[in-house]
Design a protein around this ligand. Structure first.
Ligand code: PHE
Length: 352
């Protein structure tokens, strides 16, 4: 009786030691049979009562040895499984399978518009110039012929960065530039004509934020200074720009305006049309849309920046980029451009 139980355990031990597995399923079957909650070794301990006392220790040792063998075998089978999976990986790698798509970002509509404007002017010989966003009063206002009592200098309109600075001329006061015209002054003070630059960048004004205006926005400035530059040159250049930007049939008109740094000054409108209710709304019923300010550089500005106004003349212009972006992409709320909600950004597919 006892011998028969001993033989059963010995047979199981032999079985365990000789076990092999070729698949993960076979390893799992091994685990269930010898180590699972209803494994075949479990009932053996119950046989203890049929074993004569003097043989009990020997029997217990044999059962334990068998259990340990089962665990060791299982570990070995698992390990060899993992190793062969690794060796096989190369063979199973399908080189013809389609790749994982890499999500590609897209450019912000402000960047797209800015690059488009820059490209138009670069093709006709303008180069890009830059200046700081934290600017001094001189380059933002005084050099640009802005009178001491000009309302733009007011704290209500301009963000001053150092504390306690009074509104009004103080050439060293620091501020967030209110326009890219400051780059005109910076460029002219360290170079001589011919000068032909465009200056894209961010500007700041103390405005109440609404669907139409924001306290930060972007401009592109243009400046051309050389001998015999005329108002007609400016008009031809701006007409070319308008047609490249909005289509080759685009009509423009120049309305007299005022800027401290240009004389004469003008604002340029493009003919937008009055076909839809939307057209009525954005052109306030006129069909014309204002897109930029411009004029002949005031001789006083040339002088302030070390350029001989007797010898040279020039024109300058400046435009808001958000406004153009809103026109190009039919965006009705400027705030969308600063919130950076991906649902908005994703709609601009171009990556150019
Ligand atoms: N700086 C002006 C503005 O911010 C635009 C402008 C630039 C006008 C150059 C004339 C010449 O509105």
């Amino acid at each position: 009786m006892a011998q028969e139980v001993f033989d059963r355990v010995a047979a199981l031990l032999e079985e365990i030691e000789g076990a092999t597995a070729e698949t993960a399923e076979q390893v799992e079957a091994f685990r269930i049979r010898y180590l699972g909650s209803k494994n075949v070794l479990k009932p053996l301990m119950g046989e203890m009562r049929n074993i004569p006392n003097e043989q009990k220790p020997e029997f217990g040792q044999l059962v334990n040895k068998t259990k340990q063998a089962a665990q060791a075998k299982f570990d070995a089978l698992q390990e060899s499984m993992a190793a062969s999976a690794g060796a096989d990986a190369g063979a199973r790698f399908d080189l013809t399978a389609p790749g994982e798509p890499l999500p590609l970002g897209s450019r912000h509509p402000i960047a797209l518009t800015m690059r488009r404007i820059i490209a138009i002017f670069e093709r006709i010989g303008f180069t890009v110039a830059e200046g700081p966003e934290v600017e001094d009063d001189w380059h933002n206002f005084s050099a640009m012929n802005t009178p001491e009592d000009h309302p733009a200098r007011d704290m209500q309109d301009t963000y001053y960065v150092a504390d306690g600075l009074p509104a009004g001329a103080n050439n060293t006061a620091m501020l967030l530039r209110t326009h890219t015209s400051s780059v005109q002054a910076r460029t002219m003070e360290h170079s001589q004509p011919p000068i032909r630059i465009i200056a894209p960048g961010r500007v700041y004004r103390n405005e109440t934020i609404s669907a139409r205006s924001h306290a930060q926005f972007h401009q592109v400035e243009g400046l051309y200074v050389a001998e015999k530059v005329s108002f007609a040159d400016m008009k031809a250049t701006l007409l070319h720009f308008a047609r490249e930007m909005y289509g080759d049939k685009t009509k423009i008109r120049l309305r007299p305006s005022y800027f401290p740094f240009t004389e004469p000054s003008a604002e340029m409108d493009i003919w937008w049309g009055l076909e839809t209710e939307h057209d009525y709304r954005i052109t306030k019923g006129t069909g014309w849309l204002e897109i930029l300010g411009c004029g002949m550089v005031d001789p006083k500005v040339l002088e302030n920046c070390g350029i001989d106004p007797e010898r040279y003349t020039g024109y300058a212009f400046g435009m808001g980029i958000e406004r153009q972006a809103m026109l190009l992409y039919n965006i009705t709320d400027i705030r969308l451009m600063f919130e950076n909600d991906v649902r908005f950004l994703k709609q601009f597919k171009s990556v150019l």
